[in-house]
Structures are given as structure tokens and as C-alpha cells.
Design a binder for this molecule. Structure first.
Ligand code: NAD
Ligand code: FES
Length: 304
């Protein structure tokens, strides 16, 4: 499987049926990364580039923790890697750090923040709540999943968050309902007030959280995970519309003001990338802003 590659897996843990956690030796990334950023992993020469948000990092040990769901062919292959094996590339840190990190401390200390983690979205939420705890700020956090078996990182989160709310769609654990039902319960029934919501999970969840928080008048940050290829702003794959502007999640994000994100367009693009026909349509529509080799949306030979 792995050749003489340097990004060695130092720990592998199965978090649920198809969700895996890995610690990867990547000292340069570990030294420079912050919550909110991501990496692009390439397993071998021929491997697809897989963008993954950073779940944790240990600057002294030189390791970065990633969490992924083995859904497609590449991530299933990745799930077959064991401790001691290594990846070819582990590019990062990419994207901007969470805006909380550079916020003036006085301002940050006044904010009542609710983190909302949907499913695998608990992985990118974790380093943010950890950073808040380590810097002396209390936050509330919801972890929502379809059922009990899909709740991940609960123990680690408990160490960082005093008010941790678990909710499952089927009621098999914690509160019964989706994350929005839980937010409504906290705000309407438990008298909670928030100044900022940070919601990370599937796009459809982030869309509906934003509709709710707009009604409630709570500013909301989301972490966008469109298709990414080069991670450098060149290929156009991760294009988004934010307000009236075109942005690229890899270089301008991945975090954005959720109330400005055009989620319907982002979800449509995600679907279109799944078919060859869709990729061609995107290419025709986006022309010059989406005309680079490597993104997989067109025949690369045409570039030569
Ligand atoms: P899921 O579909 O099981 O949903 C998780 C929870 O989100 C649900 O239990 C529910 O509480 C909430 N949710 C979902 N749809 C909702 C809706 N319409 N309204 C209100 N709440 C809703 O999640 P999953 O299978 O773990 O998610 C996988 C997806 O998440 C993948 O597409 C993956 O790419 C994405 N993801 C995104 C990020 C990111 O950075 N945004 C990070 C990791 C994974
Ligand atoms: Fe963002 Fe290519 S992945 S522009």
C-alpha cells in the first residue's frame, strides 16, 4: 500500500460504523495550523486529493488528527490504512483560521457562543471548543446525529464544554430531534441567549440552522465543504456565492457568514460534480473563472 512516504499514521481509531480518526505525523502542519483550517490528503501518486478539516493537533508530537467518513472509493481505501503506514501528501494548513482566534479578547469574552456540530461536523467543531476552553472561555455546544451510534467525540467534547447537548433524530440518545429542534428548545424553553452560532455539518443542516438563526437574530458562521481539488484558489471547484460575491472556500474560507451563503447553489454544485454531464455544464457556465487543469471538470488534455 504505502511506499516511502513520510506522513505516517501514528494512531487509528474507529469512531463509529464508517467514521475513522487518524493521528498523522506532519510536524510542519502541526506547528502552523489553527482551528478552522484544513488539509488535503493524497494517499499515493494516483490518489484523489481528499480535503479534511483539522480535528486536533499536537505541536510537540508533530501530529495532526483527521476524522473522515468512509463513503466514497477514496475514503474507503483510506480507511484500510493502518498505524505505521503513510500518506504521500498531507498539504496544509489550508484556508483561514477561525475568526475567534484573532478576535480581541475583550470582545470574545462578552460573546455567548453556541457551537452546533452535525454528524461528522463534530470533528471540525472540536478544535474550536478546545481552543476556547484552553483560553478560558465557556461555550455551549450541541452535537446532533441521526442516532446514538453516529454520535462521535462525545467524551473529548465533554472535557472542553460544560454545557454539552446531545440530540438524535430518532431519540435513541439525548434530546429527540434535529439540531434545530435542540436550538429552539434551548432558546425558547430554557431561556438561553446567544450572540453567535458556529454551525458545522452537512450543507443542508447549515442551511436550515441559518434560516432559524436569521429568524432569531443570531449571527452565524458556517464551515463550507464544497468539492475541493487544488486547495489553492486556482481550479474553481470550490466556488461559492457569498452575498453578491464569488468566493472560493479553499482560500477565502472555509468559514463564512452563514446568512450570506447561497446554500441552494452550493448544494446544486455538489450534486453536479457527481456526474460527468454536470461537470461539463459547470465548465460551460463558469468559463474563465473555472478553467484550470486538475479540477476534473474538463478534459485536461485540452490545456496542453
Ligand atoms: P447527517 O446527515 O447524519 O446529519 C447530522 C445531523 O445534522 C442530523 O442528525 C441533524 O441533527 C442535522 N441535520 C441534518 N439535516 C438537517 C436539516 N435539514 N435540518 C436541521 N438539522 C439537520 O450528517 P453526516 O452524515 O454526519 O454528514 C455528512 C456530511 O457532512 C457530508 O456531506 C460531509 O461532507 C459533511 N461534513 C461537513 C463538514 C464541514 O466542514 N461543513 C465537516 C464534516 C462533514
Ligand atoms: Fe478551491 Fe480549487 S479547491 S479553487
Amino acid at each position: 500500500m504505502a511506499g516511502n512516504y513520510s506522513y505516517t499514521i501514528t494512531k487509528k481509531e474507529k469512531l463509529s460504523n464508517a467514521i475513522y480518526l487518524m493521528d498523522v505525523k506532519a510536524p510542519r502542519v502541526a506547528k502552523n495550523c489553527y482551528p478552522g483550517q484544513f488539509v488535503i490528503v493524497k494517499m499515493d501518486e494516483k490518489g484523489e486529493r481528499i480535503p479534511l478539516t483539522i480535528c486536533d493537533y499536537d505541536r510537540e508530537a508533530g501530529t495532526v488528527t483527521i476524522v473522515f467518513q468512509a463513503l466514497g472509493a477514496s475514503t474507503q481505501l483510506m480507511a484500510g490504512y493502518e498505524e505505521g503506514e503513510a500518506f504521500r501528501d498531507f498539504t496544509g494548513p489550508l484556508g483561514h483560521k477561525s475568526e475567534l482566534i484573532d478576535m480581541p479578547r475583550e470582545e470574545l469574552s462578552k460573546l455567548k457562543i453556541l457551537f452546533v456540530a452535525g454528524g461528522v461536523g463534530a470533528a471540525p467543531v472540536y478544535p474550536q471548543v478546545k481552543w476556547m476552553k484552553e483560553n478560558g472561555y465557556d461555550v455551549d455546544c450541541i452535537i446532533g446525529a441521526r442516532n446514538k451510534d453516529l454520535i462521535i467525540l462525545e467524551d473529548r467534547m465533554k472535557e472542553m464544554v460544560e454545557n454539552l447537548y446531545i440530540t438524535t433524530d430518532d431519540g435513541s440518545y439525548g434530546f429527540k430531534g434535529n439540531v434545530n429542534d435542540c436550538i429552539k428548545d434551548l432558546v425558547n424553553n430554557q431561556g438561553k441567549q446567544y450572540d453567535l452560532v458556529i454551525a458545522i455539518g452537512p450543507m443542508i443542516m447549515m442551511k436550515f440552522v441559518c434560516i432559524l438563526t436569521k429568524e432569531l437574530g443570531i449571527r452565524t458562521i458556517v464551515s463550507m465543504n464544497p468539492v475541493m481539488v487544488d486547495g489553492t484558489g486556482m481550479c474553481g471547484a470550490c466556488r461559492l456565492t457569498i452575498g453578491n460575491e464569488v468566493k472560493f472556500a479553499c482560500v477565502d474560507g472555509p468559514e463564512f457568514d452563514g446568512h450570506l451563503v447561497n446554500f441552494d447553489e452550493a448544494m446544486k454544485r455538489l450534486q453536479m460534480y457527481k456526474t460527468e454531464e454536470g461537470k461539463v455544464t459547470l465548465r460551460q457556465r463558469e468559463g474563465a473563472t473555472h478553467h484550470h487543469p486538475g479540477c476534473g471538470c474538463h478534459d485536461e488534455n485540452e490545456e496542453k
